[in-house]
Write a protein that binds this ligand. Structure first.
Ligand code: KG4
Ligand code: ZN
Length: 336
């Protein structure tokens, strides 16, 4: 049962083919148009998707060595994401589904980040999944494929958003997460003790205070000295900021594991590529005697392989959609 997955929720146009056991292809066209703006420009994103979506899907089909007749269903991201970007993928998938005479399946982008782990391995269920990306920070209790409950989420900025916004304050280009990660490796995490918010308040997160705290910290340095200070201590600040963010993530993960008594943990989404987070998560797993699964970095950031896999799970359970499929901007319950 071959499923073609299509992803266009943010600034990555992607397509992939999955057969239930193996990924046959995965193509990603990333947009570079946003770098000069310090963030994603929605209008530019949807135009760029529109330009490359046909080519991306064709490449995924030819790399997989399959024809339209071989495809069982088309899985497409329905939300959450940028409405214009989602519409490009949805309209394209619907058009192709009509032309090919195949069913269409809407996939929730966050759910797909959770199930990305199944691309390469079979993690033991039930598990706790921490999804940390540019738009989301959520903890789920997953009991079987497609069955999960939300345990906690951010009340303001997502972890990736915190990395990106703080990176901007430090003069780093968007998206700053990978660069902060790289610089942090040479810095001192105890250089500055930035706040760890909501440590005693259940499983929800808050990262906007950290951003404000870094802003005030930098503003307190007299203007003429600030540039020199940043040159000298950028790595230390990156390490201290990474320590603050990852301490909170790991603390909540520990609480979620204790609450659910699961034996496996999964970390997914763009921020799961972070070195300090991976290191601390492995320490936690060793300490608690549980297994840790993190998808391959290429499946941590946005991709269509995770959409194809989640679409395959849905097809396997007969969960098809029709032409009424609509995009949505914010996270909403798809499956429980
Ligand atoms: O999942 P993703 O590709 O897109 C969204 O759905 O948001 O995540 C992108 C986010 C960005 O905020 C980026 O800065 C962050 O993931 N990111 C990282 C790292 N690699 C990507 N943050 C920290 N350390 C990294 N190594
Ligand atoms: Zn994502």
């Amino acid at each position: 049962m071959l499923v073609l997955g299509i992803e266009s929720s943010c600034d990555e146009t992607a397509a992939a083919v999955y057969d239930g056991r193996r990924l046959l292809s995965s193509v990603i066209a990333s947009q570079s148009d946003h770098v000069d703006f310090g963030g994603i420009v929605p209008e530019l994103a949807s135009r760029a998707h529109e330009k490359v979506i046909w080519r991306t899907v064709s490449q995924a089909m030819s790399q997989a060595g399959v024809r339209s007749e071989d495809i069982h269903a088309l899985a497409v991201t329905e939300g959450p994401g940028l409405m214009g970007s989602l519409l490009v993928g949805l309209c394209f998938a619907k058009g192709l589904a009509i032309q090919w005479g195949k069913p269409v399946i809407g996939v929730n982008h966050i759910d797909a980040h959770i199930y990305a782990t199944f691309i390469d391995e079979q993690p033991r269920l039930p598990f706790v999944s921490l999804v940390v990306s540019g738009g989301h920070t959520q903890i789920f209790h997953v009991t079987s494929p497609l069955r999960h409950t939300l345990m906690g989420q951010t009340r303001d900025d997502a972890a990736g958003e915190a990395f990106d916004k703080i990176g901007k304050l430090l003069g780093l280009a968007y998206p700053a997460g990978p660069e902060i990660d790289r610089l942090a490796r040479d810095g001192d995490p105890s250089f500055c003790n930035f706040p760890r918010a909501m440590m005693k308040k259940g499983l929800d997160f808050s990262f906007s205070g950290l951003k404000t705290s870094v802003l005030y910290y930098l503003q307190d340095i007299p203007e003429p000295e600030r540039e020199q200070f940043l040159i000298k201590h950028r790595a230390d600040l990156c390490a201290s900021i990474s320590a603050a963010i990852t301490d909170v993530l790991i603390h909540k993960l520990r609480q979620a594991v204790k609450k659910t008594t699961v034996n496996s943990v999964i970390i997914a989404g763009g921020v799961s590529a972070n070195t300090m987070l991976r290191y601390k998560a492995q320490m936690l797993a060793d300490e608690l005697g549980i297994s840790l699964h993190i998808p391959h970095p290429k499946y941590c950031t946005d991709n269509a392989a995770m959409i194809a896999v989640t679409g395959w799970f849905k097809a396997n359970e007969g969960m098809y959609d029709d032409m009424r499929l609509k995009p949505y901007a914010r996270y909403q319950w798809d499956i429980m």
